[in-house]
Design a protein around this ligand. Sequence first.
Ligand code: ADP
Ligand code: MG
Length: 266
Amino acid sequence: MESHYSPLRVIGEGSFGRALLVRCNNSRQEYVLKEIQLPKNQSKLENSRREAVLLSTMKHPNIVAFREAFEADDLLCIIMEYCRGGDLLQRITQQKTTQFCVDDILRWFSQMCAGAKHIHDKRVLHRDLKSKNIFLTDDGTIKLGDFGSACVLNSSKAFAHSYVGTPYYVAPEIWDNKPYNNKSDVWSLGCVLYELCTLRHPFQASSWRSLIFKVCRGAYPPLPDHLPYELRCLIKHMFKTNPKDRPSLHTILTSHRVSRLLRSHF
Ligand code: ADP
Ligand code: MG
């Protein structure tokens, strides 16, 4: 049954609505309520509902927990776990110029991969993995969130074409009008990993044209020498311009060298 919630404050504002911190009137627990404006157009309605449907099918320690969803007037409300640590972009910005330690980077990264692997195992693509859509709990656990761009990878129509991501994290095949696939999510996670290692985007430019050019060549500024060799190698592989050459999340989490590196820093 649908509970009642009292708003506490706005914590995020996006293109489709707001994210509010709310308190459940019965349990007194805090949650996030994401409001999504529902379109009048029936055919677009299913698209807007997809976010709630897909999030509700996920159950993993590194994915934001779904509680319930309901519709009120022309709003879809998704109630989910509140991640008190905020999003990873805020965390990166707080650092100013102090680099994260390798332990934190690898712990966060392996949790992101575990969450993303769960998504892929359910034949879903997230399609908008970026530091702003990755949240942290109080105890520093990673939770993947914002399933607003996610889609099901079904067998008949293996890949979806429409893509509206943040340009910094978009894989070369998307600029090349090729289908979005599981390795495109791996590219985006590579961008987040690079961001954690340097506090900068790997592909940055003053115009779209030169950004796309850099992405399509896979040309990024070299990583600092103090980072473990295996970590620099992993990033290099995640930025292979041909998606077939990129490791899958399964490979990242189980292949020898990388998984040993991740385990040793857990
Ligand atoms: P949008 O589709 O508008 O990008 P998001 O789901 O990404 O919506 O939410 C917008 C912002 O609100 C996030 O970047 C984050 O800062 C905050 N936010 C959303 N959900 C949560 C949550 N469960 N816990 C903590 N912060 C959240
Ligand atoms: Mg978002």
